[in-house]
Design a binder for this molecule. Structure first.
Ligand SMILES: [Zn+2]
Ligand SMILES: [Zn+2]
Length: 153
């Protein structure tokens, strides 16, 4: 394999392709021209398959198109399928379980909801018996101050 000699003037823009290792001139594609063309082809295949099979899972798309799962997942993250009604699963941001919409799975959503409700309840308890809002805030602040004191030096 012949390595093209990097031109000093364009040195800053010459990089190694993260996919194939080939030296290329960076033009904002973040990969060499060969890989870019290959990537475009793969993405085209995926988009076409998803259009024809809107209920496909990631595994089915991988099998049918031969495109790596990581590529498909990146496309999902980039919102490439938002215009279609495709429901490709991707990992929950909290536990990694496959989900098809939102950021978290049902379990994590429930846990987060319970946690939120608990926080709300705790806040409410602090507010009980105090009618004036300003005074209430003051009280909560005072309480925090008092809690801080023992550790303060
Ligand atoms: Zn490349
Ligand atoms: Zn989860």
């Amino acid at each position: 394999m012949k390595k093209p000699k990097p031109n000093l003037k364009t040195m800053a823009k010459v990089k190694n392709c993260p996919l194939c290792g080939q030296i290329y001139v960076e033009t904002g594609r973040k990969m060499c021209r060969d890989c870019y063309v290959r990537q475009e082809e793969m993405e085209g295949k995926v988009v076409a398959y998803v259009r024809d099979h809107p209920d496909a899972t990631v595994g089915e798309v991988v099998e049918a198109t031969g495109v790596e799962e990581s590529v498909i997942r990146r496309m999902i993250r980039e919102g490439r399928f938002e215009s279609s009604n495709i429901q490709l699963d991707y990992p929950c941001a909290r536990c990694g379980k496959p989900i098809i919409k939102g950021k978290f799975c049902q379990d994590c959503l429930m846990r987060l909801y319970v946690k939120m409700q608990r926080t709300k309840k705790e806040l409410k308890l602090k507010q009980v018996g105090v009618k004036d809002h300003a005074r209430r805030v003051f009280m909560v602040e005072r309480e925090e101050e008092t809690n801080k004191k023992p550790t303060k030096k």
